[in-house]
Design a protein around this ligand. Structure first.
Ligand code: KG4
Ligand code: ZN
Length: 338
């Protein structure tokens, strides 16, 4: 089938719209990032995010249609991120999607943002990979699932505290490398030795999978204070071996993510992993996951970097699957933060 679906994403700090044909073919994709608006605060400010979506969303939708050479009346449906995310941000996308669908008499399809991150990886697979393990690693989430299909996922384990992307963002703040932290820490890490400092790895109880990154973050902080928990935190410019700290921190995060993913594969008896979310851009994670999965005869699939971070292609793609399954919403659709 070759349905044309418009996807709309506004759950956090990217305003995005895309058109996808037949659930897999990207016809157009536009992402407006708000990074510059949040950078000085070192993280996403919800009120700024909501207002910025309001300003950008129609121009972004317009550009996605223009790039595709399409009009609203050419579409077969409109998919939108309904949850989870910042409520004021989600409401902007949901309101626009509802209005467009209502005025054009198009089906309206609500999409779960986490399932969409996983779907982005499945779009790279020649044949459907299900059942499989899914690892979602972003600024807000770090979790492992057993996926029976694109829309049927069972949570196997999550983080007890910070998400992996959040840990990158916080360590970046300590190291003075800016926001967003993932790409910045990773760039600095390339000049350092990942074995220089043995930062701790959280190990869940046997038979369980899961993550915890707050202990690691504290270990980085104490290391910067020279092992004296009560000492002052040095200014970033005064930190010795900053690149070694970045590389050793990155190695600890990547090791935890890969180890837990392989454990989930073993316990579930599954041989394919889909990885999604902003942290899936990370070069070391991509390389280490591929290397260690290959040793166990497990396949790992990542989206191309543009579809790891928030985008609307994944929303339109999964929205198409949902439309085929009849999972549409009526005009009372709301947004949900969780
Ligand atoms: O999926 P995403 O765009 O937004 C959320 O849904 O959270 O992920 C953003 C997160 C940020 O925390 C950012 O620091 C992290 O992904 N990130 C990375 C890299 N690129 C983005 N983390 C590590 N390495 C990267 N190369
Ligand atoms: Zn996301």
């Amino acid at each position: 089938m070759t349905e044309l679906i418009l996807g709309i994403e506004s759950s956090c700090d990217e305003t995005a719209a895309a058109v996808v044909r037949g659930a897999r073919e990207v016809v157009s994709s536009v992402v407006h990032s708000q990074i510059d608006e949040h950078a000085e605060f070192g993280g996403v400010v919800p009120e700024i995010a909501g207002r910025s979506h309001l300003v950008k969303i129609l121009p972004v939708v317009d550009r996605a249609l223009e790039q595709a050479g399409l009009e609203l009346d050419d579409l077969d449906g409109i998919a939108v991120t309904r949850q989870p995310g910042l409520i004021g941000s989600l409401l902007v996308g949901v309101s626009v999607a509802k209005s467009l669908a209502f005025t054009r008499g198009l089906p309206l399809v609500p999409v779960h943002h986490i399932e969409a991150h996983v779907y982005a990886a499945s779009m790279e697979c020649e044949t459907p990979p299900y059942p499989c393990i899914a690892l979602v690693v972003s600024g807000g989430h770090t979790a492992l699932y057993r996926a029976e299909s694109p829309v049927s996922m069972t949570l196997l384990g999550t983080t007890l505290d910070d998400a992996a992307g959040e840990a990158f963002d916080k360590v970046s703040w300590l190291l003075g490398t800016g926001y967003p932290g993932g790409p910045a820490v990773s760039a600095l890490a390339r000049e350092g030795n990942p074995r220089a400092i043995a930062f701790p790895r959280y190990r869940p109880k046997s038979g369980e999978v899961g993550f915890s990154f707050s202990g690691l973050k504290t270990a980085v902080l104490y290391h910067l204070r020279g092992g004296d928990a009560l000492a002052a935190t040095p200014e970033p410019s005064a930190i010795e071996g900053r690149a070694d700290v970045a590389a050793s921190f990155e190695a600890a995060v990547v090791d935890a993510l890969v180890t837990q993913t392989l454990r989930a594969c073993e316990e579930q008896g599954l041989g394919h992993v889909l990885v999604g979310g902003g942290v899936a851009c990370n070069r070391m994670l991509r390389d280490e996951m591929q290397r260690r999965c290959a040793e166990r005869d497990v396949r790992a699939t990542f989206p191309s970097p543009a579809y790891c971070t928030d985008n609307a292609v994944m929303i339109a793609g999964l929205g198409t699957e949902l439309l085929r399954a009849g999972a549409t919403a009526d005009w009372s659709l709301d947004a949900q933060a969780r």
